[in-house]
Ligand binder design. Sequence first.
Ligand SMILES: *[C@@H]1O[C@H](CO)[C@@H](O)[C@H](O)[C@H]1NC(C)=O
Length: 239
Amino acid sequence: MYHTLKFTYLAVLAAQIGVSLSHPSLEHIERLFVPLTMGVASNWGAIAHTTLTSTGATLITGNCGTCPGTAITGFPPGKCTGTKSAGGTAACSAEAACLSAYNKARAASPTVALPAADLGGLTLPPGVYTFPTAAGSLTGNVTLNGAKNANGQFIFLLSTTFEAAAASKILLINGAKACNVYIIVGSSATIGAASALQANILAYTSVSVANGASNKGVLCALNGAVTLINDALTTQAKC
Ligand SMILES: *[C@@H]1O[C@H](CO)[C@@H](O)[C@H](O)[C@H]1NC(C)=O
């Protein structure tokens, strides 16, 4: 009641000085942030626009494919335990779901500015994060903490490239979930050898993963290729 009266008073005051007020409330603030979902792409380990190429003993636990491209190379000896779709309807639906998630992520708010271009050594709560530079990186470990909200999403928005150095890790603590981590890359993503990431990595151009790395989530290349070498990709159930 007090709040309502106070707002009414402010509105009258605002009208008198010629500005318009919108009524702020917690409900409104929460509505600004609609959780992202990978939709039908969530059970795809890797999906590329042009080509999907693997060297060596890559294991994708889930589906893999290309759309509209039709070149899938290196399977076998690489293995894709689910559907392998070269330009088929299933791959095209997954690619469309990737694009939809990418566009929604770009519009997510409110955003939090990171202190540095590199995520290494940081422990972060859920949020929508922007980098101080066009390119961003991960050297070492970043810890994503679900203590404040185990269902919270961790969204990283990069204008250009994302590069994870060799042996980098995304660590999840206090209930944070891999399916809620999104790295949104304005150009291409490069994942270093023996890295252990847990994220949906949606790159405007390509995703290239070096030898012996792993990821829990989806790798999407919206306009280019996904390239793998002896990697282990494991899909995550929808959050
Ligand atoms: C990264 O985390 C792992 C545990 O998964 C730990 O063994 C390693 O020392 C950490 N590296 C750094 C640079 O903190």
